[in-house]
Design a binder for this molecule. Structure first.
Ligand code: PLP
Length: 400
């Protein structure tokens, strides 16, 4: 799964090129930097890898969502639809731009159910964020069809699926923009970091300026900020060292995916022997980045029994249905409306006149799917010994 498994000499060499110049900042300092612009190069190469025109590097995957939404003009009064199975970052970013997150059911792709999406659209819906969870495709074509019918843009949260494709086209390149994360446990990592890709030059320029305090990025004799600022911004700039690491990691992405695919196939083969087991729906096996293997048991009790046997044999899987980081009914701070703001924002505003309340029971279809689900993260470097242990555990589980 994570890029840290393949961290090595290539990353060190890239970092040293930056340290040798002493310029850690991504802009300016033309004379000192020997024409080394690692973040810019990472943006160009990452966007190119995804078949997109432009890349905007930022400090995290969460910042990527925020910067993209800001550039799309999302703000207070707007609703943004995402799915109830994702990492908390997706909806944190929606709140952070002042909008209200609305959650859809997932289906057996473990991603957004397009039929439920259509039901959740209101006059206030200004953006749809499907998430390509656990390394594989959301039903992005159906989602785009629904969105197009209502003229609503689609942002793909691709934090967990760099290197994944649908019909040969990179995930993240279907919607108006796609966001990525390079945090410490993602498929490629820069320690912390993120990226937005898009084909829309105007949107890209807005993201570029917003993430740099709103300074204009028009090339002019005054350089960055020489023309002033068209809107207020913030600081989400990536460091040169991160850009350097990203370049080395990106060069390894195809090998990472190939390794994951091999290892996933081996684990899947063993899991297939468990009576009643079925697998997560993968829309395009060729395009699966294979960073996770998801499988279902017939019911929640069976899943719990199987996982107890796996854990007893040193190979427990992740029961995402009870995982507090990724599934809606387990987000107690969201359900309780917990916030540091004394005013109650973002759950309350207008002196308590407007309240946003989240009910734990509104996603029954997702709960029924998640309760039966077990997931193995797929490592890149899987030793024969560990694979034997996982296989043996799965073989014991056939009599659950
Ligand atoms: C990791 C992740 C993010 C946030 O990325 P960070 O770089 O950790 O801020 C957003 N969405 C999803 C689905 C993620 O898994």
């Amino acid at each position: 799964m994570p890029g840290f498994e393949v961290f090595g000499a290539e990353e060190k060499k890239e970092i040293m090129e930056v340290l040798d110049t002493g310029v850690l900042f991504r802009y300016e300092f033309a004379e000192q930097r020997n024409n080394i612009f690692k973040v810019r190069e990472f943006e160009e190469k990452f966007a190119g890898y995804c078949g997109s025109g432009y890349g905007q590097a930022v400090t995290s995957g969460t910042a990527a969502l925020k910067v993209a939404m800001a550039a799309l003009g999302i703000g207070p009064g707007d609703e943004v639809i995402t799915q109830g199975f994702t990492f908390v970052a997706t909806w944190e970013a929606i709140f952070d731009v002042g909008a209200v997150p609305v959650f859809t059911e997932v289906d057996e792709t473990l991603n957004m159910d397009p039929a439920d999406l259509e039901k959740k659209i209101t006059k206030k819906t200004k953006l749809i964020i499907p998430v390509h969870m656990l390394g594989a495709q959301a039903r992005i074509k159906e989602i785009l069809a629904v969105a197009d019918r209502h003229s609503i843009p689609v942002l793909e949260d691709t934090a967990q699926a760099p290197g994944a494709k649908l019909g040969g086209k990179a995930l993240g390149s279907f919607g108006v923009c796609g966001t990525f994360s390079f945090d410490a446990v993602k498929t490629i990592t820069t320690g912390e970091g993120g990226m937005v890709i898009t084909d829309d030059e105007h949107l890209w320029r807005r993201m570029s300026e917003y993430h740099d305090h709103g300074h204009d990025h028009v090339v002019n004799p005054g350089g960055r900020g020489g023309e002033g600022r068209d809107f207020i911004g913030f600081n989400y700039r990536m460091m040169e060292i991160q850009g350097a690491i990203g370049l080395a990691q990106l060069a390894k992405l195809d090998d990472i995916v190939a390794g994951q695919r091999r290892n996933k196939a081996a684990i899947k083969e063993a899991a297939a022997h468990i009576p009643g087991v079925t697998f997560r729906t993968i829309l395009d096996e060729q395009g699966d980045s294979a960073s996770f293997l998801g499988f279902f048991l017939p019911d929640a009790e069976a899943a719990a029994r199987v996982n107890a046997i796996l854990a007893d044999n040193g190979a427990g899987a992740i029961p995402f249905g009870s995982n507090t980081w990724h599934f809606y009914p387990k987000w107690e701070h969201l359900l309780n409306g917990s916030t540091l703001a004394r005013s109650g924002w973002p759950f309350q505003s207008g002196g308590g006149k407007r309240r946003v309340v989240y009910d734990a029971d509104v996603l029954p279809q997702s709960a029924a799917i998640m309760d039966r689900l077990l997931v193995y993260p797929v490592p890149v470097n899987l030793t024969e010994e560990r694979l034997r242990q996982i296989t043996a555990a799965l073989n014991r589980a056939v009599n659950y």
